[in-house]
Design a protein around this ligand. Structure first.
Ligand code: ATP
Length: 469
């Protein structure tokens, strides 16, 4: 049976992965909180990205501030054009993204097998350059509001997605600042600082993980589209002419990151952008097949010299590179990899979910890669006497120093295993009668459910080996 989003949302709440923000006040649209298990999963995803992307010779890390000089967003083009087309239905009062409304219609046509009509509409959508063209498409195709069923539309208007606030006590025009809608600009404006302090040579990159904010028009689909989210971005600066080679390289690296963390490969695809931004030379998305359909997880873009040139123009400070060997001075090209930590959390959570038949019963299991699993080990003492609880708590505290560990004494061991399966804990260890005789414990594997016996003092090595690295 196809997995529904509701199943994931309710498991996420029940097991403490994700809660609605400010739930006791009725929630805040487009904002979510990471509970005890969710925060571990999110941290493990970020840690895996950080190690992979910045623990190498040619990439440096950065943590830039969320609030930046307002001119940054003029230079980047966000003030002028970081907007989505919106349309309101006058009957239901529901606001939609006009392009998403048309995409919904295309999806419907495909489901009805009307592929030609769907392709034709898709081509028109790709060609639609402004709000008026989108509006015309909605009218021509008699697209109705899914809520009210009417075509009682307002016109399509552009809506800037940046959150505005004010710096200092006075709310005046001069004090306007924005919550950053992406982390990339913090990297571009620090290009000279990082270059000079790290003494890197081109090609080299700068990676950053941090919160971004977008006042999205619609925020359905759980963590997929939220108003506050985390991004993991890396900008790789290269010599013009070498950009295509590095674009290919990063496409492959980023694909392999998902593969190596155990993502189901049939649910991943590379999708080149149908329409390129005016500055981009090439752009591709890595998409995942979510319960609601395919959606972008990561974008890999060849941004040419657009960003550094624009910041040079707006700040009056040269952002360029001098190559000793050739005595050449140039503005580097940028290959960007931009992935959502929050969206990845949703993808890894969804991808891990299985319902399996075991001895006539259904077990729910999250088959996370051990590297990503919130708890690595659960310690389950079986007998409450003869020094066994003491042995078990000591083992628990020893392992906890290195790996997040859970201790559970309550209920039959079968039920304790099921609870850990549902939390995605890859290994459970029991302490039993034999432990006191020979110092061994059992280790049960979440996926195969097979058990082995190993010396208790070998458990750290066992987990380390399974996690890899
Ligand atoms: P979309 O087309 O889905 O709005 P985008 O192309 O605007 O995404 P980018 O600006 O390339 O996205 O951002 C890079 C990554 O940041 C995306 O691939 C996604 O994983 C994440 N991201 C962007 N917007 C959101 C959001 N509103 N909520 C959660 N994650 C987001």
């Amino acid at each position: 049976m196809a997995l529904s989003l509701d199943t994931i949302v309710s498991l996420a709440k029940r097991r403490g992965f994700i809660f609605q923000s400010s739930e006791i006040y009725g929630g805040l649209n487009g904002c979510w909180d990471y509970g005890p298990l969710g925060v571990e999963l999110l941290r493990n995803i970020k840690e895996s990205w950080w190690r992979e992307m910045t623990y190498r010779d040619d990439i440096e890390g950065l943590d830039a501030s969320i609030l930046m000089h307002p001119r940054v967003w003029e230079a980047s083009g966000h003030v002028q054009s970081f907007s989505d087309p919106m349309i309101d239905n006058k009957t239901s009062k529901v606001r939609h993204r006009a392009d998403h409304l048309i995409e919904g219609e295309i999806e419907k046509l495909r489901k009805k097998g009307r592929t030609d009509r769907a392709d034709e509409l898709q081509a028109k959508l790709d060609a639609a350059g402004d709000p008026a063209a989108l509006f015309q498409l909605i009218l021509d195709n008699e697209i109705k509001d899914p809520v009210s069923g009417t075509s009682d539309w307002t016109e399509v208007r552009q809506f800037n997605l940046m959150f505005k606030t004010h710096i200092g006590p006075l709310e005046e025009t001069a004090s306007v600042v924005y919550l950053r809608p992406e982390t990339a600009q913090g990297i571009f404006v620090n290009f000279n600082n990082v270059l000079q302090s790290s003494r890197q040579k081109i090609p080299f990159g700068i990676g950053q993980i941090g919160k971004s904010f977008r006042n999205e028009i619609n925020t359905k689909n759980f963590l997929f589209r939220t108003r506050e989210f985390e991004q993991m971005e890396m900008q790789f600066f290269v010599k013009p002419g070498e950009d295509e080679k590095w674009y290919e390289y990063w496409r492959e690296q980023r694909w392999n990151w998902f593969r190596d963390l155990g993502m189901t490969m049939e649910k991943l695809r590379m999708k080149p952008h149908a329409k390129l931004a005016h500055y981009a030379k090439a752009a591709v998305d890595i998409e995942y097949e979510f319960p609601f359909g395919w959606g972008e997880l990561e974008g890999i873009h060849n941004r040419s010299d657009f960003d550094l040139s624009r910041h040079t123009e707006y700040s009056g400070k040269k952002l360029e590179y001098y190559e000793e060997a050739t005595k050449e001075r140039f503005v580097p090209y940028v290959i960007e990899t931009a992935v959502g930590a929050s969206r990845s959390t949703m993808a890894f959570l969804t991808d891990a979910y299985r319902e399996e038949e075991v001895n006539g019963e259904t077990r729910t299991v999250l088959r996370f890669h051990p590297k990503l699993a919130p708890y690595k080990l659960a310690v389950l003492p079986l007998i409450n006497r003869d020094g066994m609880p003491e042995f078990a708590t000591k083992l628990y505290h020893d392992v906890q120093r290195k790996f997040k560990t859970f201790y559970d004494t309550s209920g039959a061991v079968g039920r304790r295993y099921r609870r850990q399966d549902e939390a995605g804990t890859p290994f459970c260890t029991t302490i039993d009668g034999q432990t006191l005789e020979d110092g061994t414990v059992t280790v049960r594997d979440r996926d195969s459910m097979e058990q082995i016996r190993i010396p208790a003092d070998g458990i750290m090595g066992y987990i380390q080996e399974k996690i890899g690295g």
